[in-house]
Design a protein around this ligand. Structure first.
Ligand SMILES: *[C@@H]1O[C@H](CO)[C@@H](O)[C@H](O)[C@H]1NC(C)=O
Ligand SMILES: *[C@@H]1O[C@H](CO)[C@@H](O)[C@H](O)[C@H]1NC(C)=O
Ligand SMILES: *[C@@H]1O[C@H](CO)[C@@H](O)[C@H](O)[C@H]1NC(C)=O
Ligand SMILES: *[C@@H]1O[C@H](CO)[C@@H](O)[C@H](O)[C@H]1NC(C)=O
Ligand SMILES: *[C@@H]1O[C@H](CO)[C@@H](O)[C@H](O)[C@H]1NC(C)=O
Length: 462
């Protein structure tokens, strides 16, 4: 979901992207932690470069290939309501309580419904600050408005665990007001997976804390999303794919990952949109057009003129009306093939994903709809209707987005049914902890972190 942010508030953000100190510990419970100081170099890239050279020096000195290994983890995703949304799970607090959260690469705040939220938060699990011994109230107000609704509350910090990683003092928002329709049980909130510069809370997103602290083997996360939209036997909740943290899973894609750099300061995950064809005909795209890659949006939004040009290639399509305003209808009997390119390879959207809904025996609604985004924001929002067709990688440094073709193993998961995953907060860490060499790896990477911190402090004192 793309938050509606005014450019002015973006510009008003402090240049120093580091907030309060944050500790990261492996979930296995070792006591070592990486501590960041309030004073920090001016930007993430600088810190990343510094961190890398320190790490390389240490590796050269101790010569341990094991030390290069940090950690990876994964979180199983649930596909809710026939590809409408995709959620994962994380745990907050001490003792930890788990929550289902929409995985949203289109925004940057983590928020969960509070136990003091009334009926607007529905029947999902809620977070009770008074039951967590590690809760810290930052006492600033939190408000976010998405295209599809809003949430409000206050900003706090607590220990957050996900995919086998644990971050103490992770900033997030405790929400006591949510607009209707934002939370469908069993979802309790949303995990923003875009960059800190657009966080309404001002807090560094969980993924960015992990990536920037070198907690991951590779500073990236990747997503595979399943398709159930054309499966008439699909249940409300189905297995939704996976969020890989710190690695890419080569069983889920074929060929190489085609990376395209973010053409400016990272905020949304956005890249140029360079070509779009419908039924083999090109739609003209203004040079410099950018697209946000957004797991939190079901469909694909673009400027009105381009969307009209898309449907102009589909005989007997027309603007839809009433509650479907902004969408178009087209004959369900037409198989629509759309291809997109972001400057590298070309990717197809399956006809099944193009056909978003059926409104009569002959009329379908297409996945592309009109939306005008604000000045300075990407003019296209590429959501799940596209992302189900590729393995998507979100890379921290250089900030870029990669796509690859899905493997036959990943494709076979579409419509396959099976057990809906339950909360998978520490799966990998548990497995890693219980192998003979894993503790050594953790201790090594942890002591590297500690050394890194000491070296880093020394640099700051100069
Ligand atoms: C946290 O601070 C906010 C703003 O001051 C306040 O409204 C809220 O009740 C506080 N929460 C708790 C659990 O103390
Ligand atoms: C759903 O669509 C995909 C891609 O177009 C196709 O491969 C699959 O067979 C379809 N499934 C059903 C149940 O129609
Ligand atoms: C990679 O994906 C395959 C297919 O889903 C799965 O069986 C395997 O466990 C995954 N491996 C990792 C390390 O995530
Ligand atoms: C992806 O798969 C399609 C269809 O098999 C193929 O034409 C295309 O070259 C592949 N793209 C990449 C980047 O491997
Ligand atoms: C490791 O696994 C074994 C066998 O499942 C179990 O008995 C043991 O308690 C586990 N150890 C830890 C540290 O979890």
């Amino acid at each position: 979901m793309i938050p509606l942010i005014f450019l002015a508030s973006l510009l008003a953000l402090p240049v120093d992207t580091f907030g309060a100190p944050t500790d990261i510990v492996p979930v296995s419970g070792q006591t070592i932690s990486l501590v960041r100081r309030n004073q920090a170099p001016r930007d993430v890239t600088e810190w990343g470069t510094l961190a890398k050279s320190q790490r390389n020096n240490l590796l050269a000195k101790y010569g341990s290939p094991k030390a290069q290994k940090r950690s990876t983890g994964y979180n199983l995703i649930v596909d809710q309501l026939y590809d409408s949304s995709y959620y994962g799970s994380l745990a907050i607090g001490t003792p930890a309580m788990s929550f289902n959260v929409i995985l949203d690469t289109g925004s940057s705040d983590l928020w969960v419904a509070s136990s003091s939220c009334g009926s607007s938060c529905g029947t999902s699990a809620t977070y009770n600050p008074s039951s967590s011994s590690t809760f810290q109230n930052l006492s600033t107000s939190f408000d976010i408005v998405y295209g599809s609704g809003s949430a409000a509350g206050y900003v706090a910090q607590d220990t957050v665990q996900m995919a086998g990683f644990s971050v103490s003092s992770q900033g997030f928002a405790v929400v006591d007001e949510v607009s209707t329709g934002m939370l469908t049980s069993p979802v309790s909130g949303l995990l923003g997976l875009a960059w800190q510069s657009i966080a309404s809370s001002g807090q560094m997103p969980l993924w960015q804390t992990l990536a920037s602290s070198n907690s991951w083997d590779s500073a990236l996360f990747a997503v595979q999303l399943t398709r159930y939209t054309n499966d008439t036997t699909a249940q409300d909740l189905e297995p939704g794919g996976v969020l890989n943290m710190g690695y890419t899973n080569s069983s889920l894609y074929t060929g190489s990952i085609d990376y395209i750099d973010i053409p400016g300061t990272p905020s949304y995950w956005y890249i140029p949109l360079t070509s779009l064809t419908v039924q083999g005909s090109s739609i003209s795209i203004t040079s410099g057009t950018t697209a946000a890659i957004d797991t939190g949006t079901t469909n694909i939004a673009g400027p009105a003129s381009s969307v009209a040009a898309i449907y102009a290639q589909i005989p007997n399509s027309q603007p839809a009306t009433g509650e479907w305003e902004g969408y178009y209808s087209f004959p369900c009997s037409t198989t629509v093939n759309v291809e997109l390119s972001f400057g590298g390879a070309t990717w197809s959207i399956s006809p099944a994903d193009f056909s978003f809904a059926q409104t009569s025996s002959t009329e379908c609604i297409g996945a592309f709809f009109e939306a005008s985004t604000g000045t300075g924001s990407p003019s296209w929002i590429i959501g799940d209707a596209f992302l189900k067709n590729v393995y998507s990688v979100f890379r921290y440094n250089p900030a870029s987005i990669g796509f690859a073709n899905l493997s036959s193993v990943a494709i076979a998961e579409n419509g396959a049914g099976g057990t809906v995953p339950s909360a998978t907060i520490g799966v990998v860490s548990a497995a890693v902890t219980n192998t003979s060499d894993a503790p050594r790896t953790h201790v090594l990477s942890a002591s590297l972190s500690t050394l890194l911190f000491l070296a880093f402090s020394a640099v700051l004192l100069l």
